[in-house]
Design a protein around this ligand. Sequence first.
Ligand code: ZN
Length: 329
Amino acid sequence: MNATIMKKEYMNPDRNPYIQMGTVQIQPGEYQTVTFLVGKLPIGQKVGIKIHIFHSPNPGPRILLLAGVHGDEINGVFALKNILENGMLHQLKRGSVIVVPLLNVYSFLNFSRDLPDGKDVNRSFPGNARGSLASRMASVVTKRILPEIDFGIDFHTGSSLRYNYPQIRYTKADSKSKELADIFNAPVQFPMATISNSLRKTARIMNKPIVVFEGGESMRLDEYSNKIAATGINNVLSHFEMIHTETKKSEHLDFGHTAWIRATSAGIFTSYRSSGEHVTKSEVIGSISDPFGEQISSVVASKDGFLIGHNQAAVVNHGDALYHLAFNK
Ligand SMILES: [Zn+2]
């Protein structure tokens, strides 16, 4: 099997011309929204996941753009909302785009990463339509959406006061996901192992490459990350000739490995460096001091590398993740 994302691969004349979304068939040239109910709020309102399907008249790749798996990671939700708002997907020349701007409605309402019962949707795949809320949401993606797509991009941000520099994470063993990362062309990219019961792992088993875009932090909008997200989506759609835009190819950094630099002390954390910066081994990049001005310890870079994330917490404990470092051996 050719492991490259070939434009021709998606022109297969034997393929279903329509997209099946639950009981709804979306015919070539149609745009529809479909809502899958997953539960109710305690005050009675029904809660559903709204899916936008843009199906152009001409065959081409079927791409998923998904955000809000963690409902407090608003940046991705914002980026996909903008794509829906600006109307560009109504002009698709070929192929199809399925947009889910907000999967985890419950945690969006609760300003939280997880569901009210503490479950994480991205650890609940493949899911179960009669399981917990997280499992039901995962099931909508696995059963309804993944069978209809060729590949996808899942938009996230850093969590718990951690900022992520705009980056694409792909699956090393899946050359198509690396290629998709190259096409998206975020400033930084690197492979990351798939986690059990995550969307990326389930999709991998189904041979549907998913890359994860990370940019910014939870509960905040980050203009730079959103600009990169929009450019990346444009790069992918224009690569497959689904839209026409003048894309300027910018350079990106490719790393093979990542590691966390953790707090070796507890106290007030002062950061001297920020995500998006190169650091050198043994360089002092931050400090941790007690509240009484008596003790101070340095945070040093463990290797030469590039900071792809940093912790913005003012107070840290032993072992807290302070900087996420990308590097090549
Ligand atoms: Zn996330």
